[in-house]
Design a protein around this ligand. Structure first.
Ligand SMILES: [Zn+2]
Length: 139
């Protein structure tokens, strides 16, 4: 897509700190990193989000994430790596080209906010009703 910053990165029209590339996937360092090693994986085709991405491209991105998370482990020795993927402006997806974040946390590093929330038991009846609705809508 013409105005998409990630499509431009794939084409080399915008420079990036590339860490991996294959026929279907491109991965590079986030220039606004939450932590050291914050890496973005994107499909080479333009697909906006999880609703839009073709199965084979989705699979390719997530298979590539296994290679990259291993390299992150070898190089940075993190205590954990969060895989974060946002869909839609309502959850702060900023670039509207599917991307998977790999966000390592090293020992003593700051908490990654999305990984730490208070556990509060929900309303079981409401949870059941929502589960039933989603389950019934799966195609
Ligand atoms: Zn794009």
């Amino acid at each position: 897509m013409e105005d998409c910053i990630f499509c431009k990165i794939i084409k080399g029209e915008i420079p990036s700190f590339k860490v991996y590339e294959d026929d279907m996937v491109f991965a590079f360092e986030d220039i606004n990193p939450i932590s050291e090693g914050h890496t973005l994986l994107i499909p080479k085709i333009h697909a906006q989000d999880l609703w839009e991405i073709p199965d084979e491209d989705l699979a390719a991105v997530h298979l590539a994430s296994k290679k990259i998370i291993q390299a992150i482990k070898d190089v940075l020795n993190p205590t954990g790596v969060a895989c974060l993927q946002l869909n839609g402006r309502g959850v702060n997806q900023v670039v509207m080209h599917y991307h998977l974040h790999l966000i390592p946390r090293t020992a003593g590093g700051p908490e990654i906010p999305v990984c730490a929330w208070e556990l509060k038991e929900g309303d079981m009846e409401a949870i059941k009703q929502t589960a039933d609705k989603i389950a019934a809508a799966i195609k």
